[in-house]
Design a binder for this molecule. Sequence first.
Ligand SMILES: C[S@@+](CC[C@H](N)C(=O)[O-])C[C@H]1O[C@@H](n2cnc3c(N)ncnc32)[C@H](O)[C@@H]1O
Length: 231
Amino acid sequence: MSRARSLDTPAEEPAALVEAQAREVLRAYERIAPVYDLLDGVYEWSWKRRLRAELFAHALPGRLLDVGVGTGCNMPFYPKGSEVVGIDASPAMLARARARAERLGRPVELQRMNLLALAFPDATFDTVVATFVLLCLPDELQLPALRELARVTRPGGRILLLDYHRSSRTAVRWWMRLLSAWLRWAFAARFDPTTEQHLAEAGLRTLVHAHRMGDGVTLLVLQPAAPQPRP
Ligand SMILES: C[S@@+](CC[C@H](N)C(=O)[O-])C[C@H]1O[C@@H](n2cnc3c(N)ncnc32)[C@H](O)[C@@H]1O
């Protein structure tokens, strides 16, 4: 049965946390959107593009959802011929994504939406992608987020994730510690999202689980076994 939800009323997630996260993200990204690509440019061109290409090699043909589309950095990597929807909580980031889609001549349907309450029926997408997005969520919202991504992915479809990972290497850990206050303020994000701890509970099968950039970044290719029942 289809379970499209209204945008502002996530049913079973802790509503206060969802609202607080949405507020924090909105505050950060409305502020940072005009300079986001400038600030992130060094990372984007030195390693993020390479990892995006690696991740998108696992996308399936058909309908693709880019969750937390941001300014649209994934757009050059969408598989040719795929029908793409991008969602984000921040209107300012969506405006930049829209401009990029026009520049690239890439038709992408862009909508403002909270990833914790996606307004799509179950099993809508062949591929669901979230790159550097779940790092914006506190521990308590990691599982609800994975369940929501799984819900809109068709059985046998793919969920592709890229995110920072708390490194075991001392030097990288220090670098992360040094930058974590900036990451929090500028991007409402953290270097140590706990996504990986919740994969099994979210009913996701892991097809690829790799670390990149030493072990500072995690690349995950996941598959929902079956439509996720309400917890
Ligand atoms: C660090 S940016 C990453 C953007 C893009 N995915 C990329 O790889 O460059 C994180 C994005 O996730 C969005 N975001 C964070 N929490 C969200 C939520 N609960 N619902 C929708 N979008 C969210 C932010 O607005 C922001 O655009």
